[in-house]
Design a protein. Structure first.
Ligand SMILES: Cc1ncc(COP(=O)(O)O)c(C=O)c1O
Length: 433
């Protein structure tokens, strides 16, 4: 047990409750490959990739070397003033662009995912204003969509608690039910219907994750294409948030590229630098970029932060792109992903209290069912997480769903997949119906 008087941090959302369960030996001290070791000497398979970002595992030689070399060469240069951007920012963008959807060629680097989404949303409003339509302010997302925390990211995130805890957050943000499968509210078309009744001429942008991290719901190709066409018809910017799905998670560099959708803006984060240094990005379509290029000098989009496009993150990102293209990682995602899905669904069949297994690539939710046949209480996710941890596998417990998220590094082996599936099977057995 930790004595709060001797504990200097307050990062956890539930400080007292958290400290009552934290043991000094459980702190992580080392990572190698897809495993991490705690201070007590125990190794765990990190099937949550840090926070879904350590896509190439720990101690990755090429990424680590690139970051170390950059520290010795040029540890920092700023991208806000832009008078002298770092050369590595241009190299990193040039390395990434060939792997993005065909018309998505212009990159702005930021520091974290929430900030990238905020930048995209505020840019959408800014451009409508520049076009003489300042009333186009509303932004639509999906209930249970996740776009980060804070005044803008939290407003876009479809979780009422986040809106209420210290609101009001960013105004004029609306949410529609997700177009999810049976047992969930909403159906395809809800978003379009809601916008139609709200008045499309008041809407600046729509933000969606192509695979909703909170529950693993995969938006179908048809849904994304219909949404893109709807947004285009109504002059609404479509922002696809690929902070989690981007950089290989679904087996391609982007999910939008995989399904052939052309958004106006795309956000990347997490796997962009594989967790070796903070980095995120907003990618613009050529058409949106043309609009920016044509703005007058006094029409400034004044936004940004000191560490945007930090050279260490950029150095990591170049090595990440090389690794994803050269080392068969994307193929591994497809093979291991298929094995993982098959293993998880087989386990779900043996345990009737699993409500659903959802996801794609190497990104799966396992949702629990309560005794009444409905999705279980959300605490079920924490129980399952801890039971898996007891068996040496770290997974994420979701915030508002009774589900865990299994989202391992893209470089896991077939044996690692077996370890995850076995741990889930045993953990479910222990928890019982
Ligand atoms: C889809 C998506 N968008 C945005 C974010 C926020 O990223 P960050 O935590 O880096 O602010 C996340 C983080 O989980 C995410 O999954």
């Amino acid at each position: 047990m930790i004595d709060p008087a001797d504990y200097p941090l307050w990062n956890s959302p539930t400080m007292g409750a958290y400290l009552r369960t934290l043991r000094p030996e459980s702190m992580l001290v080392e990572g190698r490959g897809v495993r991490v070791r705690d201070r007590g000497g125990r190794w765990f398979l990190d099937a949550r990739s840090g926070l879904w970002n350590v896509t190439l595992g720990y101690g990755h030689q090429a990424v680590g070397e690139a970051v170390k070399k950059q520290i010795d060469t040029l540890a920092y240069a700023n991208l806000i003033g832009y008078g002298r951007p770092s050369a590595i920012s241009v190299e990193a963008a040039n390395a990434l662009v060939p792997h993005l959807p065909p018309t998505m060629n212009k990159i702005r680097y930021c520091s974290n995912g929430a900030q990238a989404v905020e930048t995209a949303v505020l840019l959408a409003r800014f451009l409508h204003r520049a076009d003489g339509a300042p009333a186009r302010r509303a932004v639509f997302g999906l209930w249970s969509g996740y776009h980060g925390l804070g005044a803008a990211g939290g407003a876009l995130t479809g979780m009422p608690y986040v809106h209420e805890q210290s609101g009001p957050l960013l105004p004029d943000v609306e949410h529609a039910p997700g177009p999810f499968t049976a047992g969930r509210p909403g159906e395809a078309g809800d978003l379009e219907r809601l916008i139609t009744s709200y008045g499309p001429e008041r809407v600046a942008a729509v933000v969606v994750e192509p695979v909703v991290g909170e529950g693993g719901h995969v938006l179908t190709d048809e849904y994304l294409h219909t949404l893109a066409a709807f947004c285009q018809d109504h002059g609404i910017y479509l922002i696809v948030d690929e902070v989690t799905t981007g950089m290989g998670r679904t087996g391609e560099f982007t999910r939008t590229g995989q399904v052939g959708v052309q958004p106006d803006m795309l956000t990347l984060g997490k796997g962009l630098s594989a967790g070796y240094a903070p980095l995120s990005a907003v990618v613009l379509s050529d058409a949106v970029y043309e609009r920016i290029l044509g703005l007058d000098y006094d029409q400034k989009f004044l936004i940004g932060s000191t560490n945007d496009g930090h050279p260490l993150g950029l150095a990591a990102s170049i090595a990440v792109v090389d690794t994803l293209t050269g080392d068969g990682v994307l193929e591994n995602v497809k093979h291991r992903g298929a094995e993982l899905y098959a293993g998880l669904t087989a386990v779900a069949e043996r345990h009737p209290h699993v409500n659903a297994v959802r996801g794609t690539g190497l990104m799966y939710a396992v949702e629990m069912r309560g005794p009444d046949g409905e999705p279980a209480h959300e605490a079920a996710s924490s129980h399952l997480r801890l039971a898996m941890e007891d068996r040496g596998v770290l997974v994420s417990a979701l915030a508002i769903s009774p589900a865990i998220m299994i989202i391992p590094p893209l470089v896991i082996s077939a044996d690692d997949v077996t370890q995850i599936v076995t741990a889930l099977d045993e953990a479910l057995e222990e928890l019982g119906p």
